[in-house]
Ligand binder design. Structure first.
Ligand code: ADP
Ligand code: MG
Length: 370
């Protein structure tokens, strides 16, 4: 199948809201008067953002989901998107499944595919989304004020946990892995919540690179600091319930009765910036040593605080608006958790399991230094 047949078969659909869709040199959008256009692009590259053998339907979903997540973070309503696609070959079964995943999510959000580009090359997917937001009402990263509450939507860390398991760094019970993998491969953009937070949230962004790293952008652009309570963030790992089961004895390095210095160091490494190196023991055994419990706690912290690929919203709001935040969460059917507060003092402080201030290795987490 040639380029134009591919486009016609899989990516050409009648448009309802756009003035002109696929087939001409440009698509035409007719923005509603009084609205601003919100525009964002995200690229997914094989090997960097997804495994070569990932289910194409899930990949199609994710390619659009990560873009819709940016619109959500701004409080914008999705309108349309373009798709620039490099394909190694015209594999119609693969492209068909990819288009199914992509367009199902597009339909769910009434976001129309209006154009793009198709070329032969290493698999690469670049989507640009267009949304609209009432003029002056977009949620920005720069509006957080000292005293504001800090919230995050949904769950955190499961995508990272799945990634670690798929890379062979740890073993998860099959059902736990399947659920976590769904979070990695089919994230849920919080589009309704983002719009519901207009006029309520003082700042917002979507968590794509890990909560603390991304929250750091809000803090920098708002010129404030923050305190995050890990007693509130650790339970946000949906897989946490299975992880808290003790590690199986005798399997991995942390499986024995007593940890060697090396094993303790391994646990410590989870705290350090960069890739975690969890032990290889399966989770879910009979009894855990103190070290194993500490290791589990560090793994949970690492995944929730610095995991990446969550596509949840992190936002701030004045404490007087707690009822409004709760109403926005209810109306958008999206769980929201208050995890800390904005402070005038610069920097990011973390509270540990006993409410003590953690020596804040996470807080200095910098994705550009990894
Ligand atoms: P041009 O040569 O003018 O850039 P193309 O021949 O590349 O146009 O594309 C023809 C039409 O198909 C255009 O309307 C373009 O937007 C659309 N198109 C190309 N690739 C895709 C794609 N992957 N998804 C949706 N529309 C596409
Ligand atoms: Mg042209």
């Amino acid at each position: 199948m040639g380029e134009f047949d591919l486009i016609r078969t899989f990516f050409t659909r009648p448009v309802r809201r756009a003035a002109l869709g696929v087939g001409d040199d440009c698509a035409l959008l007719a923005p509603t008067p009084g609205m601003q256009l919100a525009v964002s692009s995200d690229m997914l590259v094989e090997g960097r953002h997804f495994f070569a053998d990932v289910d194409p339907l899930r990949l199609g979903h994710k390619a659009l989901a990560v873009n819709l997540s940016d619109l959500a973070a701004c409080g914008a309503r999705p309108l349309a998107f373009t798709l620039a696609l490099a394909l190694p070959r015209a594999d119609t079964a693969w492209v068909g499944a990819f288009a199914d995943g992509l367009l199902a999510l597009a339909d769910a959000h009434e976001c129309e595919l209006i154009g793009g580009d198709t070329t032969q090359g290493p698999l690469n997917i670049c989507i640009t989304v267009f949304g609209e937001v009432p003029a002056g009402q977009a949620l920005l990263r720069s509006g957080a004020r000292a005293g504001d509450d800090i919230y995050v939507s949904g769950s955190l860390g499961d995508a990272r946990l799945a990634l670690e398991a798929l890379q062979g760094h740890l073993t998860l019970p099959p059902a736990t892995l399947a659920a976590a993998r769904l979070r990695l491969e089919m994230p849920t953009p919080r589009v309704a919540l983002g719009q519901a937070l207009r006029g309520i949230a003082s700042s917002a962004l979507d968590v794509s690179d890990g909560l603390l790293g991304d929250l750091g952008h809000i803090l920098a652009q708002s010129r404030v600091g923050a305190c995050i309570d890990t007693r509130l963030t650790s339970p946000l790992l949906a897989a946490g319930a299975s992880l808290q089961k003790p590690l199986a004895p005798g399997h991995g390095h942390l499986g024995g009765q007593r940890a060697t210095r090396n094993e303790q160091a391994r646990g410590q490494e989870l705290l350090a910036p960069g890739r975690p190196k969890p032990a290889d023991g399966p989770l879910g055994g009979q009894r855990a040593t103190r070290n194993e419990q500490a290791w589990g706690q560090e793994l949970i912290r690492h995944c929730t605080l610095a995991g990446g690929d969550d596509y949840e919203l992190c936002f701030t709001a004045a404490p007087e608006l707690r009822a409004q935040v709760a109403a926005a969460a209810r109306h958008s059917d999206t769980p929201v958790t208050r995890i800390g507060s904005v402070q005038a003092q610069a920097g990011l402080r973390l509270l540990g399991a006993q409410g003590q201030e953690l020596v804040s290795r996470y807080a200095s987490f910098d994705h550009f230094s990894v």
